[in-house]
Design a protein around this ligand. Structure first.
Ligand code: DAH
Length: 339
């Protein structure tokens, strides 16, 4: 029995000594000390030992177990230390290297322009609403009084996902979503990205941004439209700004107009900025068409409203005197840093 124990002990210690990794130690522990381990089987064979020898043999087994355990522990600590040292070597940091400079970004001119527009309309009690960029034909055209085959659909050709679904060509689609909610009165603006199959040049991009506005309440008149948009222009471009409304046509408003602002560069005398005109066109607007209201179950005898749509890039270009729209999309740090 003693020989057997010595043999087990030697074998265990030898295996521990020659093991090369942490996982191996676990296997050794199981194979010697586990339920079916070699040392445990010696204990199980105790009944074959003469009763007077049992305490002695028991003591020997316990000593062997303690020895194996302490060896395992010693080896485990050594492995862990080696592993830690290896990691420290691999992750060494050269604190003498120069640091990487943290470059703080700037807000994009579009963002700055949008924040100004939002501030002005929030100040007048408007809510800011978002709508989907991928839209049903119904919201983008049909419900805005632009039925299939209407020529206005050609002007705003876009990216169709299928016959029914497209990337919206105008934020006017959000007017329909808000009316559909059925809560009146409405006083909202809705900024967002729109898409048209336009070629890229200094003033066009297939993807740009608009800010839509919609007011519906009792007794809303064209005077409210004019007063609101004049106030907007003055806050955006300065208190001396004058506005001019030119008759226009949009299918979803009647009457419709485009609004020009007096050139804030030359004060209206005519310069390179306003191409000698003295005026700069900035938005489309009009009184919500009764048919548009009816389609959304709003009684045009009781409620009236006005709507407007502004090109956000146009405002950013004007306000920050940028002469090419493409600069807004290039993400060139040297350009963006200037704002
Ligand atoms: N959706 C029009 C466009 O993209 C702009 C517009 C004009 C919006 C008149 C309006 C409006 O709400 O009343 O050309």
């Amino acid at each position: 029995m003693k020989e057997k124990l010595t043999q087990i002990l030697d074998s265990a210690l030898g295996q521990i000594e020659s093991s090369k990794e942490l996982e191996k130690l676990n296997e050794i522990r199981v194979s010697f000390l586990g339920k079916k381990g070699e040392l445990t089987s010696v204990l199980k064979a105790m009944k074959e030992v003469a009763p007077e020898d049992r305490p002695k043999v028991g003591q020997m087994v316990n000593d062997a177990r303690a020895k194996i355990e302490s060896c395992l522990e010693e080896k485990r600590t050594a492995f862990e230390r080696a592993l830690r040292e290896e990691k420290m070597r691999a992750e060494v940091i050269d604190v003498t290297l120069p640091g990487k400079k943290m470059e703080t970004g700037h807000r994009h001119p579009n963002t700055l322009a949008l924040e100004e527009v939002e501030k002005i309309f929030i100040g007048m009690g408007y809510e800011v609403v978002e709508g989907p960029e991928v839209e049903y034909d119904y919201y983008n055209f049909e419900a805005l009084n632009i039925p299939a085959n209407h020529p206005a659909k050609d002007e705003q050709d876009t990216f169709y996902i299928n016959d029914n679904i497209l990337l919206r060509t105008q934020t006017s689609s959000v007017q329909v979503h808000v009316m559909e909610e059925g809560k009146l009165p409405i006083r909202m603006i809705s900024p967002g990205r729109v898409f048209r199959s336009d070629d890229v040049d200094a003033t066009h991009s297939p993807s740009f941004h608009q800010v839509e506005g919609l007011v519906i309440d009792r007794h809303v008149t064209f005077a409210d439209l004019k007063g609101t948009l004049e106030q907007f222009a003055k806050q955006l471009f300065g208190g001396d700004t004058k506005v001019k409304f030119r008759p226009h046509h949009f299918p979803f408003t009647e009457p419709s107009a485009e609004m020009d602002v007096s050139c804030f560069k030359c004060g209206g005398k005519g310069c390179r900025f306003c191409k000698g005109e003295g005026w700069i066109e900035i938005l489309g607007c009009g009184m919500v068409h009764p048919h548009v209201l009816e389609m959304r179950d709003i009684d045009p005898e009781k409620y009236t409203g006005f709507a407007f749509g502004v090109g956000l890039e146009r405002i950013a270009l004007l306000k920050y005197e940028i002469d090419d729209m493409r600069l807004l999309y290039e993400n060139d740090k040297r350009f963006l840093e200037q704002f």
